[in-house]
Design a protein around this ligand. Structure first.
Ligand SMILES: C[S@@+](CC[C@H](N)C(=O)[O-])C[C@H]1O[C@@H](n2cnc3c(N)ncnc32)[C@H](O)[C@@H]1O
Length: 211
């Protein structure tokens, strides 16, 4: 196997060191997204969590960017912003995070400059009602803004769920959008689980490749 970049080597080592690691790495799109982001996002850089929810991804990004970095986290639900704020406070890293109680489709009204990473975790906030789930008419414009905000080499990760009402329409719209991205500017990768039952979530990754 030819390993071209440092991050190829790290991923390769992670799953050849033990077989339990391999299954964990492949099994869950959130863990897979985090593995990729660990290779890309460095201390002092900037990131966006487009769907803050319970704040797990926000905390993950805030830890990676460190005290000199910045994270902007969006969510339409005050409950999600509250939960994320609480989680950040517990970990003592709230000062590097800007919490924005607004839709990610308004991203460019709130953030400027470029970003090394953007995370989307689509769907709904567990325990808070499926009516507040992400929707194609706002998700797709938000994704387009996100890829335009990426710095060269930066990545967008999108965890896609297909099991709740409206999810199939959103999945279709996101897939069509991803397939339409010009390949001289962005690479697109889909990691899914074809032999799994019960509509497993999967991951889309977009990397800005032009310099
Ligand atoms: C699956 S949850 C995110 C989980 C989260 N990343 C975490 O680590 O806990 C999806 C979130 O997207 C939020 N959401 C729905 N529509 C949105 C929009 N237009 N802009 C921003 N967030 C939105 C929901 O309120 C919900 O909290």
């Amino acid at each position: 196997m030819l390993l071209e970049k440092k991050w190829d080597l790290q991923i390769y080592c992670n799953y050849t060191e033990n077989w339990g690691g391999l299954m964990r790495f492949l099994k869950n799109p959130v863990i897979l997204a985090q593995h990729l982001l660990r290779q890309i996002l460095r201390p002092g850089e900037r990131a966006i969590d487009a769907t803050a929810g319970n704040g797990q991804d926000t905390v993950f990004l805030a830890n990676l960017v460190g005290k000199d970095g910045e994270v902007f986290a969006f969510d339409t639900q005050p409950l999600a912003i509250h939960r994320t704020a609480e989680r950040l406070k517990q970990t003592g890293i709230e000062t590097r995070v800007y919490l924005i109680n607004a839709g990610h489709e308004k991203m460019k009204d709130y953030v400027h400059g470029s970003f090394q990473a953007v995370m989307f975790n689509l769907g709904y906030l567990p325990g808070a009602g499926k009516q507040f789930a992400t929707r194609p008419e706002t998700t797709v414009p938000a994704l387009q803004q996100a890829v335009e905000l990426l710095s060269p080499g930066g990545i967008l990760t999108v965890v896609i769920y297909v099991g709740h009402p409206g999810a199939i329409e959103e999945q279709k719209a996101v897939e069509e959008w991803a397939a339409s991205l010009p390949q001289d500017k962005w690479d697109v990768l889909r990691c899914d689980y074809p032999n799994r039952i019960n509509d497993p979530p999967y991951l889309l990754v977009v990397q800005r490749v032009d310099l």
